[in-house]
Design a protein around this ligand. Structure first.
Ligand code: FAS
Ligand code: PHB
Length: 388
């Protein structure tokens, strides 16, 4: 098959890129390893920055987001029995929107279907070819046949474990990584959220997060050991631990119920430089991973798409190469800002097994600075609502 842009990966970044390109009359094909049901079965991010909402609206997938997304003007950060509300709207003029990644992906699939877009599922043996020439292609197996997709460009939207990043020769890649010595045990429950806004809580027992998807669907997380397994946690054990880590008022008000999803996500900071090799561009988790503390993973992926769809649009429409030539530099500038914030927020709220007394005092002083200083809250709020 012949197209203009071959996209590997049918998660949010691959789908949004395909949708945004098609709105500019640029053809693409999306090659996805899993079934659509599998992709839509993933429970991941929950918070969208205003820049991400704008991108989705511009791509024509903002209608349900407008109807069902929940606008949040602030968020609560708690440590022990002290808590501080970060008034995002007062401090930055922006809010965030609570709307699950699953729903973003669902909306994008529906839009691709409506536009007659090509998204191939259950694709296997994806391999990238001739990236340094002017006729790159991707071979793959689909429905029992070996196939080839040729295009002007290939975009790796295939997540952290996909093949695209590896297609850049190791000698030409610089990788930066920090693996955290703990994970997040997440639970989804059909219960009303414990509060109107999100609660990020640090405690001597570890981190906890109270989030939501809608008025009767809550999402909670507790920091756990990497050796933990979801099946080792009964619902009661989870609810008891959550209560011990969040402020007393919310612990008292918590409505519990059976978990309908329970999983553990590892935490990692990772960046691959550059995010381009010849006719290959990397986008989203294929190029970078952030700990979910700062709610940056999905938003950073969509930020990459915003830059790339504009760059490819100018290339195909007026032959302007400046956008594609500066994509990696511009994307990485945003990536490292998000890495810094995510690392800072993770260190502020999580318990580290090797932390010293000095570390604990420093963390308490960092939290006190947030409580006592508007400037510190404004700096946190600007990163949280999105730096675009
Ligand atoms: P994705 O990983 O979503 O999509 C990549 C796609 O490529 C997948 O569908 C995969 O099947 C496909 N693929 C892989 N290899 C392939 C191959 N060889 N051939 C074809 N297709 C292939 N972010 C937050 O902001 N908040 C959170 O709470 C949060 N929680 C997370 C929990 C988990 C368990 C994980 C893994 C991530 C979480 N994230 C969170 C980050 C997450 O939301 C990502 O940032 C987001 O999915 C990035 O989107 P994509 O770049 O499209 O990558
Ligand atoms: C979520 O709702 O899944 C969520 C929200 C905020 C985060 C991380 C996860 O920082």
């Amino acid at each position: 098959m012949r197209t203009q842009v071959v996209i590997i990966g049918g998660g949010p970044s691959g789908l949004l890129l395909s949708q945004a390109l098609s709105r500019q009359g640029i053809e693409s094909v999306v090659l996805e390893r899993r079934s659509r049901a599998h992709v839509l079965g993933r429970i991941r991010a929950g918070v969208l920055e205003h820049g991400s909402c704008a991108l989705l609206r511009r791509a024509g997938v903002g209608a349900r987001l407008e109807r069902e997304g929940i606008r949040h003007d602030g968020t609560l950060i708690a440590r022990g029995d002290r808590a501080v509300r970060i008034d995002l709207r007062d401090l930055t003029g922006h809010s965030v929107t609570v709307y699950g990644q699953t729903e973003v992906t669902r909306d994008l699939y529906a839009a691709r279907d409506a536009a007659g877009g090509t998204v191939l599922h259950d694709v296997a043996d994806v391999a990238l070819h001739d990236l340094d020439g002017d006729a790159p292609s991707v071979t793959f197996r689909h429905e029992g046949r070996d196939r080839r997709a040729a295009g002007d460009f290939v975009v790796g939207c295939d997540g952290f474990h996909g093949p695209s990043r590896q297609a850049i020769p190791a000698a030409a890649r610089r990788e930066f990584e920090r693996v955290y010595p703990f994970g997040w045990l997440g639970v989804l429950s059909e219960t009303p959220p414990v509060d109107a806004e999100l609660i990020y809580a640090g405690s001597d027992r570890g981190f906890a997060l109270c989030s939501m998807r809608n008025a009767n669907l809550s999402r909670y997380y507790v920091q756990c050991d990497l050796s933990d397994r979801p099946e080792a946690w009964t619902d009661d054990a989870f609810w008891d631990e959550l209560r011990r880590r969040i402020p007393p008022a919310q612990a008292e008000a918590l409505v519990i119920g059976p978990s309908i999803e329970k999983s553990i996500a590892p935490l990692r900071s990772f960046v691959c430089e550059p995010m381009r090799r010849g006719r290959l561009f990397l986008c989203g988790d294929a190029a970078h991973i952030v700990p979910p503390t700062g709610a940056k993973g999905l938003n950073l992926a969509l930020s990459d798409v915003g830059l790339l769809q504009e760059a490819l649009g100018r290339h195909f429409s007026v032959g302007d190469k400046e956008g594609i030539d500066r994509y990696s530099e511009r994307a990485l500038a945003a990536v490292w800002k998000a890495q810094r914030f995510s690392w800072w927020f993770t260190r502020l709220l999580h318990r580290f097994a090797d932390e010293t007394g000095f570390d604990r005092r420093l963390r308490a002083a960092e939290f006190a600075a947030l409580c006592d200083g508007r400037a510190a809250r404004a700096a946190m709020a600007e990163s949280y609502v999105g730096l675009r």
